[in-house]
Design a protein around this ligand. Structure first.
Ligand SMILES: Cc1ncc(COP(=O)(O)O)c(C=O)c1O
Length: 370
């Protein structure tokens, strides 16, 4: 972490206090309200539950503090991704998205944006710069990509797209603001699934959009109000509570992943490994330039689908589940959702278990299958 990151992490825990009056409860409150007391001219006041909510604002302030940018929260990562795509694109526009990123983003573009007249092109994350960006209204990036953990050069791509007067959106879900800061690297918009590490307890879906451009934020906020894509106050409260320990959990998860990756790489049951923190990884040099941590995800390819299933299901410290970023380590074979990966490919999400306990459990499960 940089000094800026530690300063941000420290102040995050006191942000809410700055607005307290004597006698106020210290934790944020859950406000359940469809209506607000609104006599006369509504200007400058909260108006209606689809437009405003004080508990959303608490979460937005915390995320805005971490992003260093205005932030709008959404009820899931996909709702956050949909917001800039639907608010900013129209008929005749071209959109470039990764061919190897989170598959639902591709499905959304394919099923809904195409029929509104948006042309959708795809490229692999590692080859994102090949072919240039002429003619694209919006370039959507995901780095490290889920699930393959390939990287693309954020500073180079955002500069090229900006020079052409166009916009970049970066899905920062796999890294969080403590591991990578796309807006500082030139991106116009960050989107993220706070369902993952920011909430961290696998009990809430949440997402956010952050940008330093007032017009973009206004367009995204308007999209939320008009489409009704609003989070529940209780979910925001839970996500805020999770966010307060993100720095602590992310630190443990990344440190553990860095210890486990070389040990896993050396295990005979592992055919190949992807982890940007390994010096042998094709993305290592770029990771060192643009990420402050190597993350908590590790891609492992075992000999077969059966070996991979046995590894996941026989390990008492691995939660078999889709999704990642929880306090508990989890894993799944991504081919079961149709990702273009080897049948034996496992996405491992390293959690908060003490690392030697976790290693012993992972090793025992790998040993049993090899
Ligand atoms: C990289 C990435 N972006 C976005 C999402 C969507 O998040 P949600 O499931 O909260 O809609 C996911 C979910 O797995 C993801 O992995």
């Amino acid at each position: 972490m940089t000094t800026d990151d530690t300063a941000r992490a420290a102040r995050l825990l006191h942000l809410h206090r700055e607005a307290l009056a004597k006698g106020d409860p210290v934790p944020p409150q859950i406000t359940l309200a469809a209506m607000y007391h609104l006599p006369g001219d509504p200007a400058g006041a909260r108006t209606y539950g689809r437009a405003d909510n004080p508990t959303w604002e608490v979460l937005e302030q915390a995320l805005a503090h971490l992003e260093g940018a205005d932030t709008v929260v959404f009820p899931s990562g996909m709702a956050a991704i949909a917001a800039p795509l639907f608010a900013l694109l129209g008929s005749g526009d071209r959109l470039l998205i990764p061919s190897d990123g989170y598959y639902t983003t591709r499905l959304l573009a394919d099923r809904y944006l195409k029929r509104l007249g948006v042309t959708v092109d795809t490229r692999p994350t590692a080859g994102m710069e090949e072919g240039g960006f002429d003619g694209y209204r919006l370039v959507f990036l995901e780095t490290p990509s889920n699930p393959g953990l390939d990287l693309c050069d954020l500073a180079a791509i955002t500069a090229a797209v900006r020079a052409a007067g166009r916009l970049t959106v970066v899905d920062n879900t796999t890294m969080t603001p403590f591991g990578q800061r796309p807006l500082d690297l030139g991106a116009d918009i960050v989107v993220a699934a706070d369902t993952k590490a920011p909430n961290g307890h696998s009990d809430v879906l949440m997402g956010h959009v952050a940008s330093r451009d007032d017009e973009i934020i206004a367009a995204v906020r308007e999209w939320r109000k008009l489409s009704g894509s609003i989070p529940g106050p209780f979910e925001c409260w839970l996500a805020h509570r999770g966010l307060e320990t993100l720095e602590l959990r992310f630190d443990r998860m990344c440190s553990s992943a860095a210890i486990l990756a070389p040990r896993l790489a050396a295990h005979p049951a592992i055919r190949t490994i992807r982890y940007p923190g390994l010096a042998t990884d094709p993305s290592h040099a770029l990771a060192q330039r643009q990420m402050t941590r190597a993350g908590f995800l590790i891609g492992l390819t075992l000999q077969s689908a059966e070996a991979a299933e046995a590894f996941i299901n026989n390990c008492p410290l691995l939660q078999p589940a889709t999704s990642f970023g929880g306090v508990h380590s989890s894993a799944e074979r991504r081919i079961r959702w149709g990702d273009a990966v080897d049948p034996g490919f496992v996405r491992l999400s390293v959690g908060c278990e003490p690392v030697e306990e976790l290693w012993n459990a992972l090793k025992a499960s790998l040993d049993a299958g090899s």
